[in-house]
Design a protein around this ligand. Sequence first.
Ligand code: ARG
Length: 459
Amino acid sequence: MKKKKPWGGRFSKPTEKTVEEFTESISFDRRLYKYDIEGSIAHARMLGKIGILKKNEAVAIVKGLEGIRKEMDDGRFSFSVELEDIHMNIEKRLIDKIGPAGAKLHTARSRNDQVALDIRLYLRDVIKEIIGCTSEFKSVLVDKARADIAVIIPGYTHLQPAQPVLFSHYLLAYWEMLERDRERFTDCLKRVNTMPLGSGAIAGTSFPVDREYVALLLGFDRITKNSMDAVSDRDFIIEFLSACAILGMHLSRLSEDLIIWSSQEFGFIELPDAFCTGSSMMPQKKNPDVLELVRGKTGRLYGNLLSLLTTMKGLPLTYNRDMQEDKEPLFDSVDTLTSILRLLTELISGIIVKKEAASTAASQGYMWATDVADYLVEKGVPFRTAHEITGKLVGYCIQSGKGIKDIEISWLKRFSDRFEKDIYDIITPEAGVNMRRVAGGTATEMVLKRIREIEEDDL
Ligand code: ARG
C-alpha cells in the first residue's frame, strides 16, 4: 500500500511514481540523518521547555528519535522514496513508533528551516574535518622541508630554468598556500555556525519559540536575523565549495610539479611505489596516476561550485525546490577533497628526493645569469648594460658549449673589464640560493628561520 504523504491532506490523487522518483532526495540526503535527528531533538526539547509539548511528549519524542538514530546507525532502517526526503522519512517513522506525540514534533517548523539547519550542522563537522586534514598535510610539508633542507632544485618560470631554489623553499610555498586555505575554511565556519530554525517556511512562526535556546543546545554562535534570508540563501555552501575549489587548485598544481619531476627526463624525485600504478601493456611503466587523478578531480571541485552558483542565480526569494540540488555537489566535493588530502599527505611523506640529480640540474640552464648581472651592477655597471653583457655571455656559452666556470678570467674580461676572480664564487647554485637572504627569500638561513617560526607557532 502507498504510504500517506505527511503533506497529503489537500490532494485527492496519489503522486505519480515517476514524479516521486524525480523529486526524491532520500537517496542522497539520508547522509544527513544524524544532523536531522540532532536538530529535531533540540527542537523537541525547546517545545517542551516553552510548554507547547508536554514534558512526557518531549521525552517520548527524544527517545523515539534516539531509537531511529540507532536503527539508522545499524543499517536497519528502511528508507522510502515515497516519503521523499530524510526529514519525512524520520518524521513518519517517529509517528509509527511513538504514536500521536510524534505528530507534534513538526510544530513551529518547516522543512525549509529544517533543511537549512541540517546542512549547517553537517558542514560544521565537515569543515572541522577538512581543517584537520589540511593541518596534517601542512605538518608533513614542514617535516619534509626540514629533512631535505640541503637539496637545491632548479626553480622555474614559464617552465624554463629561472633561478636555483631550495626544495624546502618550494615545499614551504605550499605550506603558505595551505595555511590560507585553512584560514578560508575557518572563516567560512564562522558564518556556517548560525542557527536558522524558527524561520519556518518563510516568515517565521507565531509560536513563542525560544530560538536562542535551540542555538545553545546545538552549540551555534548566533541565530539568523531574517527568516527569508535564512530559508533562501545557500551562500554558506557556495563559500565552502569555493574554498574547496581553491584548495583543490593548489593541490593540483603541486601534483603537476611532482608528475613532471618524477619523469625520466627530470628525475628529481622518486614517487613511492605504493602510490603508483603500472601499465597493462608496457612492463617498464610506473605511472603517477594518483597525482594525475588529483589534478583530474579538481575539475569536479570547480564543477560543483559552478553547479550551485548556477542553481541559485535566478531563484526568486525565498525557498524553491531547485535548492534541493545543493546537496549532491556538496557531498561530492567533501568526498573528493577529503580523499585527495589523505592520499596526498601519505604520498608526499613517501617521496624520495634525488639530491644529486636535482643539484646537477640546478647548475645547468645558465641560472647564474641574474647573479652575474647583479655582480656587474655592484661593480658600477648600470643594470640595463649589465643585462646586455650577461646576455652576450650566455650566448657565448650556448655557442661554445662551455659552462661559465670553464671560461678563464682573461676571456671573461672581453665581455666586461669589471669581471674579477671573485665572479667564480657566485656562479654556483649554493651561492645563488644563499645570497637571497631577503625576508621570504630562498637562502638556507631564511628557510630555516621560517621552519622554526612555523614549528613554534604549532606548539
Ligand atoms: N528535500 C528538500 C531539500 O532538500 C527539503 C525541503 C523541502 N521543502 C519544500 N518546501 N518542499 O531542499
